[in-house]
Design a protein around this ligand. Structure first.
Ligand code: UFG
Length: 326
């Protein structure tokens, strides 16, 4: 396939570009480098551009295409920031995606894999979240992704755009070869923060946000899914769109929940040292438990996550953080 990867300089997009290259697919990356890293684009032609510029998108699709598939990862993705700056989230995530969809219609491109999130669901109503779960987001980030999911349904109906929205639970881990990995500024995610605090050897650098949740050990439970397993799901979704017509959505997780304390314990085993932490007040908007039911992705896409053990996931992130290349 020839694939256009918007946001391919970011954490998840760059891992997908490597996975595409390993399968001999050709990719072109478009990224504005606002949060992505030029050094992470190693397997693709690179074009620096912004999805907020509709004419540029049309030009890229015309001049670089035709593409068999478009994958779209460009987004603002911090829950807390979205509450403070909703305009930034609706402009980038919703208006930016509308620009892309309209450029696709204008240039006769009709297959899109869209990066969605578990944040579209809001507060969990049951233990395992499947695709039937109601979508009632509790922050502008989740709302912006839900709005795009709804737009995708309408654009399929009216303009024939076929799409798969993939709702990630907690993306984590890194390329096992250590060539690319997770680097956010500021870093807000649990596993990188644990490993950075292990490297810094700080005595109290790591903060645990809340130990009084209604969970067995009082800390939040999440479903940690390796970034390369997300990559394989994207490629399967792209292949699915070559054969199937519709606007589809799948939840992507391991189906196993780990508490913050359990992740810290697993990380201690990986790094072979103690990790100190302080207990802090809960973070606004954190649901106590978020675990995916990914039966549908397994059955329909034939997806099979390779990393199901939390220590082996953390070990790949540890390889990266010990020797970060950018
Ligand atoms: N946590 C800490 N200390 C830290 C970082 C995180 O205790 O330094 C806790 C959080 O409070 C949470 C858990 O670890 O309980 C996981 O937090 P992350 O920030 O790693 O991930 P989130 O579950 O908050 O976020 C993920 C995705 C978002 C998505 C969200 C849906 O990264 O894009 O799930 O709720 F919106």
């Amino acid at each position: 396939m020839k694939v256009l990867v918007l946001g391919g300089a970011g954490y998840i997009g760059s891992h997908i570009c490597k996975a595409l290259a390993l399968l001999n697919h050709q990719s072109v990356v478009v990224d504005n480098l606002s949060t992505g890293h030029r050094e992470a684009v190693r397997w693709s032609r690179f074009i620096e551009a912004d999805i907020l510029e509709p004419d540029t998108l049309i030009k890229i699709l015309q001049e670089e295409g035709p593409f068999d598939l478009i994958m779209h990862f460009c987004a603002k993705s911090l829950v807390g920031e979205s509450v403070e700056k909703p305009a930034l989230y609706y402009r980038n995530n919703v208006a930016g995606t509308l620009n892309l969809l309209d450029a696709m219609v204008a240039t006769q491109h009709n297959k899109l894999v869209f990066s969605s999130t578990a944040a579209v669901f809001g507060m969990p109503e049951k233990e395992l979240i499947d695709e039937q779960h109601s979508r009632l987001p509790i922050n502008p980030y989740g709302q912006s992704k839900k709005m795009v999911e709804d737009v995708l349904g309408d654009y399929h109906h009216a303009y024939g755009i076929k799409s798969v929205a993939l709702r990630y639970f907690n993306a984590c881990g890194a390329d096992p070869d250590g060539e690319i990995g997770e680097r956010h500024e500021p870093e807000t995610h649990l596993i990188p923060n644990i490993l950075k605090s292990a490297i810094a050897g700080k005595t109290s650098g790591l903060k645990v946000f809340g130990d009084n949740y209604p969970t067995p050990d009082g800390t939040c439970i999440r479903d940690y899914i390796h970034v390369n397993d997300l990559a394989s799901a994207h490629i399967l979704a792209g292949e699915y769109l070559q054969q199937n017509d519709g606007a589809f959505a799948f939840n992507l997780g391991n189906g196993n929940g780990f508490s913050v304390f359990q992740v810290i314990e697993a990380a201690k085993n990986v790094v072979q040292q103690d990790i100190a932490y302080s207990i802090e007040p809960p973070r606004a908007g954190d649901p106590s438990t978020l675990v995916a039911d990914s039966t549908r992705a397994r059955q329909v896409l034939g997806w099979q996550p390779a990393y199901t053990d939390i220590e082996s996931i953390i070990a790949t992130a540890w390889t990266w953080h010990q020797n970060e290349k950018f």
